[in-house]
Ligand binder design. Structure first.
Ligand code: MN
Length: 254
Protein backbone atom coordinates (compact mmCIF):
# COMPACT_ATOMS: atom_id res chain seq x y z
CA UNK A 1 0.00 0.00 0.00
CA UNK A 2 2.41 2.72 -1.16
CA UNK A 3 -0.25 5.43 -0.82
CA UNK A 4 -0.84 4.74 2.86
CA UNK A 5 0.62 7.51 5.05
CA UNK A 6 1.36 5.00 7.79
CA UNK A 7 2.65 1.48 7.62
CA UNK A 8 0.35 -1.08 9.27
CA UNK A 9 2.79 -1.67 12.13
CA UNK A 10 3.12 2.03 12.94
CA UNK A 11 1.48 2.42 16.31
CA UNK A 12 -0.03 5.73 17.45
CA UNK A 13 1.83 7.79 20.04
CA UNK A 14 -0.52 8.71 22.85
CA UNK A 15 0.09 11.54 25.34
CA UNK A 16 -0.89 10.67 28.92
CA UNK A 17 -0.66 13.68 31.28
CA UNK A 18 0.98 12.82 34.58
CA UNK A 19 0.08 14.19 37.98
CA UNK A 20 2.14 15.13 41.04
CA UNK A 21 2.46 12.87 44.01
CA UNK A 22 4.78 12.69 46.99
CA UNK A 23 6.25 9.19 47.02
CA UNK A 24 8.83 8.27 49.67
CA UNK A 25 9.23 11.98 50.53
CA UNK A 26 10.05 13.07 46.99
CA UNK A 27 7.72 14.85 44.58
CA UNK A 28 7.20 12.52 41.60
CA UNK A 29 5.29 12.52 38.33
CA UNK A 30 2.99 9.55 37.93
CA UNK A 31 -0.11 8.06 36.45
CA UNK A 32 -1.92 4.79 37.11
CA UNK A 33 -0.33 1.98 35.17
CA UNK A 34 -3.82 0.93 34.06
CA UNK A 35 -3.79 3.84 31.57
CA UNK A 36 -0.49 2.97 29.93
CA UNK A 37 -1.40 -0.73 29.93
CA UNK A 38 -4.76 -0.04 28.26
CA UNK A 39 -3.11 2.17 25.61
CA UNK A 40 -0.46 -0.46 24.89
CA UNK A 41 -2.96 -3.32 24.88
CA UNK A 42 -5.08 -1.51 22.26
CA UNK A 43 -2.01 -1.00 20.05
CA UNK A 44 -0.76 2.45 21.06
CA UNK A 45 2.51 3.69 22.51
CA UNK A 46 1.91 5.64 25.74
CA UNK A 47 3.99 8.75 26.47
CA UNK A 48 3.81 10.21 29.97
CA UNK A 49 3.70 14.02 29.85
CA UNK A 50 4.60 16.13 32.91
CA UNK A 51 2.69 19.42 33.23
CA UNK A 52 3.43 21.83 30.39
CA UNK A 53 3.95 25.51 31.31
CA UNK A 54 2.23 27.24 28.41
CA UNK A 55 0.28 27.05 25.17
CA UNK A 56 3.39 26.78 22.98
CA UNK A 57 4.66 23.76 24.92
CA UNK A 58 1.24 22.08 24.68
CA UNK A 59 1.16 22.64 20.92
CA UNK A 60 4.64 21.13 20.63
CA UNK A 61 3.55 18.03 22.58
CA UNK A 62 0.35 17.56 20.58
CA UNK A 63 2.20 18.11 17.31
CA UNK A 64 4.48 15.22 18.28
CA UNK A 65 1.73 12.71 19.15
CA UNK A 66 -1.31 11.19 17.47
CA UNK A 67 -3.81 11.31 20.32
CA UNK A 68 -4.42 12.53 23.87
CA UNK A 69 -5.89 10.58 26.77
CA UNK A 70 -6.94 12.87 29.64
CA UNK A 71 -6.72 10.76 32.78
CA UNK A 72 -8.63 10.65 36.05
CA UNK A 73 -7.55 12.14 39.36
CA UNK A 74 -7.99 15.23 41.50
CA UNK A 75 -11.09 17.40 41.46
CA UNK A 76 -10.96 20.24 38.96
CA UNK A 77 -10.57 23.72 40.51
CA UNK A 78 -14.11 25.16 40.72
CA UNK A 79 -12.63 28.57 39.82
CA UNK A 80 -12.33 27.15 36.29
CA UNK A 81 -16.12 27.14 36.08
CA UNK A 82 -16.70 30.17 38.29
CA UNK A 83 -18.01 28.57 41.48
CA UNK A 84 -16.75 28.70 45.07
CA UNK A 85 -15.13 25.50 46.28
CA UNK A 86 -17.37 23.25 48.38
CA UNK A 87 -15.88 21.67 51.53
CA UNK A 88 -16.04 18.20 49.90
CA UNK A 89 -13.99 19.32 46.89
CA UNK A 90 -10.29 18.51 47.00
CA UNK A 91 -7.75 21.37 47.07
CA UNK A 92 -6.90 22.21 43.46
CA UNK A 93 -3.72 21.22 41.63
CA UNK A 94 -3.33 24.43 39.67
CA UNK A 95 -0.34 23.15 37.75
CA UNK A 96 -2.19 20.10 36.47
CA UNK A 97 -5.40 22.00 35.69
CA UNK A 98 -3.51 24.64 33.74
CA UNK A 99 -1.41 22.10 31.85
CA UNK A 100 -4.34 19.93 30.87
CA UNK A 101 -6.29 22.99 29.76
CA UNK A 102 -3.40 23.88 27.41
CA UNK A 103 -3.14 20.26 26.18
CA UNK A 104 -6.88 20.01 25.51
CA UNK A 105 -6.98 23.30 23.60
CA UNK A 106 -3.88 22.33 21.61
CA UNK A 107 -5.52 19.00 20.70
CA UNK A 108 -8.56 20.90 19.47
CA UNK A 109 -6.44 23.33 17.48
CA UNK A 110 -4.50 20.50 15.81
CA UNK A 111 -7.55 18.24 15.45
CA UNK A 112 -5.96 15.45 17.52
CA UNK A 113 -8.49 12.95 18.87
CA UNK A 114 -9.07 12.91 22.63
CA UNK A 115 -10.38 10.27 25.02
CA UNK A 116 -11.21 12.06 28.29
CA UNK A 117 -11.68 9.80 31.29
CA UNK A 118 -13.45 10.76 34.57
CA UNK A 119 -11.64 13.92 35.74
CA UNK A 120 -10.57 14.29 32.09
CA UNK A 121 -14.19 14.57 31.00
CA UNK A 122 -15.01 16.96 33.85
CA UNK A 123 -11.97 19.12 33.04
CA UNK A 124 -12.97 19.18 29.36
CA UNK A 125 -16.46 20.36 30.25
CA UNK A 126 -15.11 23.06 32.59
CA UNK A 127 -12.46 24.30 30.13
CA UNK A 128 -15.01 24.57 27.32
CA UNK A 129 -17.46 26.56 29.43
CA UNK A 130 -19.59 24.03 31.34
CA UNK A 131 -20.00 23.50 35.08
CA UNK A 132 -19.67 20.58 37.50
CA UNK A 133 -21.62 19.13 40.39
CA UNK A 134 -19.01 19.24 43.15
CA UNK A 135 -20.39 16.54 45.42
CA UNK A 136 -23.16 14.28 44.14
CA UNK A 137 -24.29 12.92 47.55
CA UNK A 138 -25.12 16.49 48.68
CA UNK A 139 -26.11 18.25 45.45
CA UNK A 140 -27.95 15.24 43.96
CA UNK A 141 -29.20 13.33 47.02
CA UNK A 142 -31.41 11.06 44.87
CA UNK A 143 -28.48 9.95 42.74
CA UNK A 144 -27.30 6.38 42.55
CA UNK A 145 -24.22 5.47 44.47
CA UNK A 146 -21.49 6.57 42.05
CA UNK A 147 -18.96 5.90 44.77
CA UNK A 148 -15.81 7.88 45.19
CA UNK A 149 -13.79 5.00 46.62
CA UNK A 150 -14.06 1.29 46.08
CA UNK A 151 -12.92 -1.57 43.89
CA UNK A 152 -11.84 0.05 40.65
CA UNK A 153 -12.65 -2.93 38.45
CA UNK A 154 -16.16 -3.63 39.68
CA UNK A 155 -19.22 -2.94 37.51
CA UNK A 156 -21.48 -0.65 39.55
CA UNK A 157 -24.29 0.68 37.33
CA UNK A 158 -25.57 0.75 33.77
CA UNK A 159 -25.04 3.50 31.20
CA UNK A 160 -27.48 4.07 28.34
CA UNK A 161 -25.75 5.24 25.18
CA UNK A 162 -27.18 7.64 22.59
CA UNK A 163 -27.66 5.73 19.32
CA UNK A 164 -25.62 7.18 16.48
CA UNK A 165 -23.14 8.94 18.78
CA UNK A 166 -19.39 8.53 18.42
CA UNK A 167 -19.46 6.58 21.66
CA UNK A 168 -22.08 4.23 20.23
CA UNK A 169 -20.07 3.86 17.04
CA UNK A 170 -16.98 3.05 19.11
CA UNK A 171 -18.43 0.46 21.48
CA UNK A 172 -21.30 -0.91 19.39
CA UNK A 173 -23.92 -1.23 22.17
CA UNK A 174 -26.68 1.00 23.54
CA UNK A 175 -26.34 -0.17 27.12
CA UNK A 176 -23.35 -1.30 29.11
CA UNK A 177 -22.33 -1.86 32.69
CA UNK A 178 -19.64 0.45 33.98
CA UNK A 179 -17.49 1.02 37.04
CA UNK A 180 -18.04 4.24 38.96
CA UNK A 181 -15.39 6.09 40.97
CA UNK A 182 -16.53 9.67 41.12
CA UNK A 183 -18.15 12.02 43.62
CA UNK A 184 -18.42 14.88 41.14
CA UNK A 185 -20.38 15.04 37.90
CA UNK A 186 -21.39 17.15 34.93
CA UNK A 187 -23.85 19.97 35.64
CA UNK A 188 -24.27 22.39 32.69
CA UNK A 189 -22.85 20.98 29.47
CA UNK A 190 -20.34 23.22 27.68
CA UNK A 191 -21.11 24.65 24.22
CA UNK A 192 -19.65 22.33 21.60
CA UNK A 193 -20.27 19.20 23.69
CA UNK A 194 -23.31 16.92 23.93
CA UNK A 195 -24.43 14.21 26.32
CA UNK A 196 -24.12 10.72 24.83
CA UNK A 197 -24.67 8.44 27.84
CA UNK A 198 -26.51 8.64 31.13
CA UNK A 199 -26.89 6.49 34.21
CA UNK A 200 -30.39 5.51 35.33
CA UNK A 201 -30.47 8.47 37.75
CA UNK A 202 -29.83 10.87 34.85
CA UNK A 203 -26.17 11.44 35.74
CA UNK A 204 -24.05 12.24 32.70
CA UNK A 205 -21.82 9.26 31.95
CA UNK A 206 -20.46 10.43 28.58
CA UNK A 207 -19.98 13.62 26.56
CA UNK A 208 -18.61 14.17 23.10
CA UNK A 209 -17.62 16.98 20.78
CA UNK A 210 -20.24 18.15 18.29
CA UNK A 211 -17.47 19.27 15.92
CA UNK A 212 -17.37 16.82 13.00
CA UNK A 213 -13.64 17.51 12.60
CA UNK A 214 -12.66 16.91 16.23
CA UNK A 215 -13.14 13.45 17.74
CA UNK A 216 -13.43 13.96 21.48
CA UNK A 217 -15.21 11.39 23.62
CA UNK A 218 -15.42 11.75 27.39
CA UNK A 219 -16.58 9.03 29.77
CA UNK A 220 -17.30 9.28 33.48
CA UNK A 221 -16.31 5.67 34.10
CA UNK A 222 -12.83 4.14 33.94
CA UNK A 223 -12.52 1.98 30.79
CA UNK A 224 -8.78 1.53 31.44
CA UNK A 225 -9.67 -0.59 34.49
CA UNK A 226 -12.05 -2.82 32.49
CA UNK A 227 -10.01 -3.88 29.48
CA UNK A 228 -9.56 -7.33 31.09
CA UNK A 229 -13.32 -8.02 30.87
CA UNK A 230 -14.62 -10.52 28.33
CA UNK A 231 -16.96 -7.98 26.72
CA UNK A 232 -14.98 -5.78 24.31
CA UNK A 233 -16.66 -2.39 24.99
CA UNK A 234 -13.93 -0.87 27.11
CA UNK A 235 -11.06 -1.96 24.85
CA UNK A 236 -13.03 -0.64 21.88
CA UNK A 237 -12.93 2.90 23.24
CA UNK A 238 -9.13 2.92 23.00
CA UNK A 239 -9.21 1.15 19.64
CA UNK A 240 -11.66 3.75 18.28
CA UNK A 241 -9.37 6.54 19.46
CA UNK A 242 -6.44 4.94 17.63
CA UNK A 243 -8.45 4.33 14.46
CA UNK A 244 -9.20 8.07 14.35
CA UNK A 245 -5.59 8.84 15.25
CA UNK A 246 -4.52 6.87 12.19
CA UNK A 247 -6.70 9.12 10.05
CA UNK A 248 -6.12 12.42 11.85
CA UNK A 249 -2.88 12.03 13.77
CA UNK A 250 0.65 13.26 13.32
CA UNK A 251 1.60 10.93 10.49
CA UNK A 252 -1.62 11.41 8.54
CA UNK A 253 -1.06 15.17 8.73
CA UNK A 254 2.34 15.05 7.06
MN1 MN B 1 -21.15 6.74 37.67
Amino acid sequence: MPDSPRSPDRRPLVALPASHEMVRELPRMRTNQAYSDAVAQAGGIPLLVPPVPDEAAALAVLAAVDALVLTGGEDVDPALYGRPRRPETEPPDHDRDRSERFLLLAARELGRPVLAICRGMQLTNAVLGGTLVQHLPVERPDALLHREQGPRRELVHAADVEPGSRLHEAIGVERLQVNSLHHQGIDDVAPGLRITARAEDGAVEALESTDPDWWLVGVQWHPEELTWRPEPFHRRLFEALFAIANERGRVAAT
